[in-house]
Design a protein around this ligand. Structure first.
Ligand code: SAH
Length: 337
């Protein structure tokens, strides 16, 4: 099976082109990253070299379906990979810029019960090229807007696919020229990787999917909490802040009667302050395998206000693309609509 041309790092490209003039390395690199072209259409390269490269390297993403929300501002792709695995990518358009939400794995092994990706289970890790191609495609579709932000909040647990996570981040920052501060990686809370991530010397944002500030309840929602409990998350969040100067943000999907009680406010305020974290409340999006409904908007507003009164820095996320199952937690690559 051919691999993605974006899987190659610059050294591998240099090896591959060792019998060619040196400047071909930069031409291929530039064509892939700046023009977002696969080798066969990079016009600065001789035709013979293009077809030789195309024999070995083919883009990994084949579009199966592309949906646009009713307001036209959110686009969701369903892609098929060379081995038949499927992933989704979401592009959110704003007046003059755009944000892409990318997948890091096909499926997810974390099994959070309220998340459609978790309900569907794990297929496999994505390669660096498969992660980067999502950005290439989104950048082209966002035109004439600038693709300004990238969030690793699609399918999968990015910290469980650590090598490709880090190599894709470096390439997005260095070669796609998107500032590290405009990139956010979201994790279910894999503590060893969070600590490793803090040492990478990157100014990338880190979000942690908390959802409950009480270990017994969090373990019900997010099973990995059994291995990495809240006290460990607080410590890892403080470590991240010490090493990078940046606060983590806690994500909290608001679920009616589950994590929107008065006791949750007090518990969350305590944990957020201990972790010096910002809190981002997410209205729950419906998923096929989870019967409980989202917290009503008035309660979300009251919850946010109460947290603010406790001295917590809090925002409520505006959900995008719920009508095409493109919002947080809805990506399953099921394609059964
Ligand atoms: N595995 C990573 C990346 C996924 S990001 C992580 O867990 O952080 C997707 C975000 O949406 C996570 O914060 C996730 O907890 C949240 N989410 C999952 N299901 C949701 C739902 N049904 N409604 C709203 N948010 C949801």
């Amino acid at each position: 099976m051919s691999s993605s041309p974006w899987d190659l790092n610059k050294e591998e490209i240099a090896d591959l082109l060792s019998s060619e003039p040196r400047y071909r390395i930069d031409q291929l690199w530039h064509g892939l990253h700046h023009e977002g072209q696969p080798p066969e259409t990079i016009s600065s390269l001789p035709i013979k070299l293009r077809s030789k490269l195309a024999e070995h390297f083919q883009p990994a993403l084949t579009e199966v379906q592309r949906q646009t929300s009713a307001d036209g501002n959110t686009i969701k792709w369903l892609w098929e990979l060379p081995d038949g695995a499927r992933i989704e990518t979401v592009l959110m358009l704003y007046a003059e810029r755009a944000t892409v939400c990318i997948s890091s794995q096909a499926g997810c092994a974390m099994a959070c019960d309220f998340c459609a990706t978790g309900q569907a289970g794990f297929t496999r890790h994505l390669t660096t090229g498969e992660i980067l191609e999502q950005v290439v495609q989104a950048r082209a579709a966002a035109q004439p807007r600038r693709l300004s932000n990238v969030v690793y909040m699609g399918m999968g647990e990015p910290m469980a696919n650590y090598g490709p996570l880090i190599s894709s981040l470096h390439r997005i920052i260095d070669d796609f020229e998107i500032g590290a501060r405009r990139i956010t990686v979201s994790t279910v809370g894999l503590v060893p990787q969070m600590n490793r991530f803090a040492e990478e010397g990157l100014q990338v944002g880190l979000a942690v999917s908390l959802h409950s500030a009480n270990d017994a309840e969090r373990t019900e929602m997010v099973p990995i909490n059994k291995r990495h409990p809240i006290s460990a998350l607080i410590e890892a969040s403080q470590n991240f802040r010490a090493k990078t100067g940046r606060r983590v943000s806690f994500e909290w999907a608001m679920i009616d009667g589950v994590n929107d009680k008065d006791s949750d406010i007090a518990e969350l305020a305590k944990v957020a302050k201990a972790a010096s974290a910002h809190v981002n409340l997410i209205p729950l999006n419906p998923t096929p395998g989870y019967p409980t409904v989202g917290t009503p908007p008035e309660r979300i507003a009251a919850f946010a206000k109460a947290l603010g009164d406790h001295g917590v820095n809090v925002t409520v996320r505006a959900n995008r693309g719920t009508d095409i199952d493109a919002a947080c937690g809805q990506l399953s690559a099921a394609n059964e609509r």
